[in-house]
Design a protein around this ligand. Structure first.
Ligand SMILES: [Zn+2]
Length: 231
């Protein structure tokens, strides 16, 4: 028997062989302007529990074979269509990957979630921008492995230069949950050893002296006290 999209479940979904699928078309209205896409109903249903429930259910969406996705962007939806029909992506940018993962999480598309996780793992050259991190932490559940994966990437490859890809507002908007995971992650990496006691070397660095002269006087005073053995 030819592979039929109807034999897929969301857990086993992969791009079908064209010409073997049921030709019923569903209409998907995307974005605030309601741009319409004609998509094979069998593929939508085979990939997503959420779309299957909507299109096979007793409500208006099921009766009219129409789904409205007014809270998502057209470009994200078109990337989903690339994956749905061809089983691959044409853009591996991490911001796009995270965006698609959020879409897959919201509409219960497990194979797309896995595919975006794999994309994230395959390219270890960059970290997603702060704005994308904030979006992931805001829109994915607290237990999401993608959130942890983002933290792990930051722990292993984030460099100061990466910070330059972000603006001040995005820095301020970094979620506390992300920052907490990150600094606990650093502590875990560091283990029991302390990195450096550089901060102990020159107390004047922390004294807020107004002039160099004040700072010198303070240093001398400290040297005298030290020589006398007074703390
Ligand atoms: Zn001082």
């Amino acid at each position: 028997m030819a592979m039929n999209a109807n034999t897929f479940t969301p857990e086993t979904y992969e791009a079908p062989r064209m010409g073997t699928i049921d030709t019923t078309i569903a209409i998907v209205k995307v974005g605030t302007d309601g741009k319409t896409y004609n998509v094979h109903k069998a593929l939508l249903c085979a990939s997503s529990e959420n779309f299957a429930a909507a299109l096979n259910g007793p409500f208006k969406e099921g009766r009219e074979n129409t789904i409205v996705l007014d809270d998502m962007e057209g470009k994200s939806f078109r990337r989903y269509l690339d994956w749905l029909y061809r089983g691959r992506f044409f853009n591996s940018n991490l911001e796009v990957v995270v965006d698609l993962h959020i879409f897959a999480d919201r509409y219960l598309i497990p194979q797309l979630k896995r595919a975006t996780v794999d994309m994230m793992i395959e390219d270890p050259s960059q970290v997603p921008r702060y704005r994308t991190v904030a979006r992931a932490f805001r829109e994915l559940p607290e237990s999401s492995p993608m959130c942890d994966l983002i933290v792990q990437r930051y722990l292993s490859i984030f460099k100061l230069a990466c910070d330059k890809n972000n603006n001040d507002q995005d820095r301020k908007d970094l979620p506390t949950a992300f920052l907490l995971k990150l600094f606990l992650g650093y502590a875990k990496q560091k283990g029991e050893k302390n990195n450096s006691y550089e901060w102990q070397e020159d107390p004047c660095k922390w004294h807020e002296h107004k002039t160099e002269k004040d700072s010198e006087a303070c240093k001398k005073k400290r040297a005298v006290r030290k020589a006398k053995g007074v703390r």
